[in-house]
Every structure is written in C-alpha cells, then in structure tokens.
Design a protein around this ligand. Structure first.
Ligand SMILES: [Zn+2]
Ligand SMILES: [Zn+2]
Length: 148
C-alpha cells in the first residue's frame, strides 16, 4: 500500500468527499464508524450522506487503504486507516469504550493450517469485557452486582 498521508492512494478516483473521509481516517487514533465520520464531516461544515460515506469506506477497504474492524455484538462496522502497524482493541460491553492493545498475539503465534499453501493477509482479534469504570467486580464500578 502507498503511504496515503499527504498524497492520494493510487487506483482511486479523487473526489471531495473521499478526500474528507481519508482526512478523518488519517487524523483519527481510534477506528470510526460511518456515522461518526458523517457527523465529523458535518461539524466541519460539509455535507455527507451515510450511504455515501459507507460506500467510500467499503471502497477504501477493497483498495487496501482502510481496514474494517469488527466489534462484537455491534451492528456498526468500524474503519481505520490501513497502517503498517495494526492494532487490536478491547471493547467494554457496558460503555462501549474501545481500549487499544499494545501488542499482537499473532507475532508469537504460528497457526497450523490444514492448507499449507494458504496465504494469510491478515487477522482479526477482539477482546471483550468490562473496563475499570464498568466492571461490576471492581470497586470503581458505578453499579454493584450484589443485589439479592
Ligand atoms: Zn466501560
Ligand atoms: Zn494482530
């Protein structure tokens, strides 16, 4: 993949809206949903249709510019820029906070596949649970799960 920052990825026709979506992905530290991107464009004074933004994101994924991160039990797909160093996330089941993981277990894991010729392009890994503020078993939790 070409480094997209400042330039424009090859093989994609440049439009104003595609430029805005790419800018937002480049600036964001966390993966974003199509609706997040839509409201960010609108806050910047632009107009964006959710279906258009979604189509742009899918195009970016197809061209390898962005990657789709699936978040468990979420109806919404999240997208982020396809950076060389990818990230995994832990998702809080209560407040939906997304906590980045600083390592990748696949770095020290050799998958044993029945098809020895399988060419791996990537992987998904997701951790789910409760963040420190929501964990019913933690002293910091707002609610307590000890009702009789
Ligand atoms: Zn939480
Ligand atoms: Zn990984």
């Amino acid at each position: 993949m070409e480094e997209a920052r400042g330039g424009w990825p090859e093989g994609i026709k440049r439009t104003k809206q595609r430029r805005s979506v790419l800018d937002i992905l480049e600036r964001s530290e966390n993966p974003l949903g199509a609706a997040d991107i839509c409201s960010m464009i609108e806050r910047g004074g632009g107009t964006a249709w959710l279906s258009t933004v979604y189509r742009i994101l899918e195009l970016f994924v197809k061209k390898g510019v962005a990657v789709k991160t699936s978040v468990m039990n979420s109806e919404m797909a999240l997208y982020e820029l396809n950076r060389f160093k990818h990230k995994h996330y832990a998702v809080c089941m209560s407040c939906r906070r997304i906590i980045p993981m600083d390592n990748c277990p696949m770095e020290s894991f050799i998958p044993v596949l029945e098809d020895a010729n399988f060419r791996m392009l990537g992987h998904n890994l997701e951790i789910f649970g409760y963040c420190g503020d929501c964990d019913p078993l933690s002293g910091r939790a707002i609610f307590r799960g000890d009702a009789k």
